[in-house]
Design a protein around this ligand. Sequence first.
Ligand code: BGC
Length: 737
Amino acid sequence: MRIQGLLHRLVLVTAFISGSIIICHFAMALAGGAPSVVRAAARSDVPATSPADRPWMNQSLGAEERANLLIPEMTLDEKIALMHGVNRIKGDAVSGYDVEFPSIGYVGYVPSNKRLGIPALRLADGRAGVGNKAENVTLLPAPIAAASAWDTNLIEEFGRVLGQEQWEKGTNVALGPSIDVVRVPEWGRSFESYGEDPFFNGRMAAAEIKGIQSQGPIADANMYLTMNQESDRFREDSVVDERTMEEIYLPPFEASVRDGHVGTFMCAYVKTNGVYSCENADVLQHMLREQLKFDGWVMSDWGATHSTVDCANNGLDQQMPDDVYFGVALKKAVDAGQVSSATIDEHVRRILVPMFRQGLFDKEQPGNWKTNVRDPKHDQFSRMVSEQGTILLKNEQSILPLPTTASIAVIGEAGHAKPKVEGGGSSAVIAPYVVSPFDGIRKRVEAGTNVTYADGSDLGAAAKTAAAAQIAIVVVHTDETEGSDRPNLHLPGNQDQMISAVAQANKHVIVVLDTGGPVLMPWADNVAGIIEAWYPGQEDGNSLAAILYGDFNPSAKLPLTFPRSGDAIPTASKEQWPGVGGRSIYSEKLNVGYRWYDATNTEPLFPFGFGLSYTTFRVGHFALDQQTISSGALESGAKLQVTVDVTNTGKRAGAEVVQVYIGHPAANGEPPHRLGAFGKIELQPGETKPVTVSVDATAIRIFNTDRHGWEIPIGTYEILAGTSSRDLPLKGAITIQ
Ligand code: BGC
């Protein structure tokens, strides 16, 4: 009691002190000294009130403490108002909140509470730029392209650019990144994700979240959990065993909490093992809260809330975008004793803690939805990401890089008539401009060099145009979008025929793929070059020209496998995808992505981790810093250091990605090997440098379903290193005791 009384007094004193600081800043501001405070005072959603009345405004207190000071001051209506978005038309039915839904923009909105100074939440989509039809923003390449650089610094910067534009648009909750593992190659949202490896996705997710949150907004990683297909997505039941869930689908979310300190997650449309994600106690309470110790909030995907009592009691903190279940209905459920006030307080605490932690109560936010947030540096960055993320898959007889004097025929709709620079759905962005491949190439060739174009709708005309040029560049695309999976992995329309027709007319064909995931390439042997440029963003043609003419030496690697045929994939049966009777059975278990190709000895077209360069590299001198290590040491944070020397054996400067994979003892029941670490290095011609990467417990551990916990079984593990999942010439072993 005494301690509590003391604490209370301390809080008041601190509040008073910070109050006088604010008043004195205010006086300075009037004299022209601190304009930011004047702007803060002019904010419409947080009125100036004596800070002594609001001890939770004391910035020297921790987020948790501040939330705990605020919650007892809130009425039930005010708490419930924080637990849902407001509907544009109806407004908020329950609370005394000031409903001021902006007439434009944000896809989600929680009004401010003026009485208590709780700022409004303004939510906007953004995976490759600010979405929801925002204007004057930067269109970045799709996240799958950014991830292909295998560079966590790049993806962190990607998050910073995105976060900055969101913040300047007035957004304080940025809906992204999408971090689910790509299980089904036809998945309509694979372009939004980072690829098929859980460890890799976790590294990328944490880095991007850090980048976004460093600029102001709270990041919202989605979609939690087992959201791996679009087919039947509002009802589909993902049937997954415990070990697979823990080892394959949970790790990106775990890394988002542990390393990314993410503020919110979005629960998914689908069911996981029979229960909708947003009311699934196993997924929300057990895994997210107890196991991952996540202390932020979970909001529902738009329309993914299906109940009041179950959602509220099983872990959903906030319904989006409206109040159908978490408005009047929730209040009734509390009044009826079906949801306790302690549960409500807990939900509110989880929302408030990241808001305090991220400084939303303390910072002024510049700009609004109409602000022009473009920046020439972001245009440059968009181009750079596209260059860094473009993968050279085939380069027969070093046809690339091209001489700038060779005449070029650009073929295909995406080559000029309709550049395919982004995926569809909620991540769609209004590009400020798009440089088509044709325009990018035309700008880059020597003056007087012929560059012609045919859109490919007429195969005869396409072949004729190709025949008249020295080099034919065929740009093909897929139309991937949230809401539907691709029916199969073929290029849509007549594009396969178009490539074949062009390949018959010209021996020097380079195919450029603008896709968000893998496609089949029945023509692969008949073309000289293949480039995966993904959905490259607004700088499409400029970044492609930089690759084609060698201004940038490609160094990206596939973050997912390209199969040889539509049957030779991990999810080939209907039971697995799109599911039968509303259920998709994850019967491939741990064999997701390359794990399946390795486990079943299936030759992919291009393996996970693969990508060429205009130079060549040699790896050697493999060294482990220890031969034995105890599982206990690993569990308490010890790491295994793996060093590999990389030599640039070619004639150009370039970058290589060293990949380290772990091969488990057979008794562990793991696929042949799984990615455990990676590191990228730039080398001048002839230069050799060591790359040291560290492997930690999370890259080795397996999930024990008897004990329902992680373990690192003793035994001898193979450590493999190389430059793709199927090119691992270096081997060593570590004994875990
Ligand atoms: C998507 C989310 C998105 C939300 C709001 C949903 O359809 O699944 O990723 O954030 O819409 O636009």
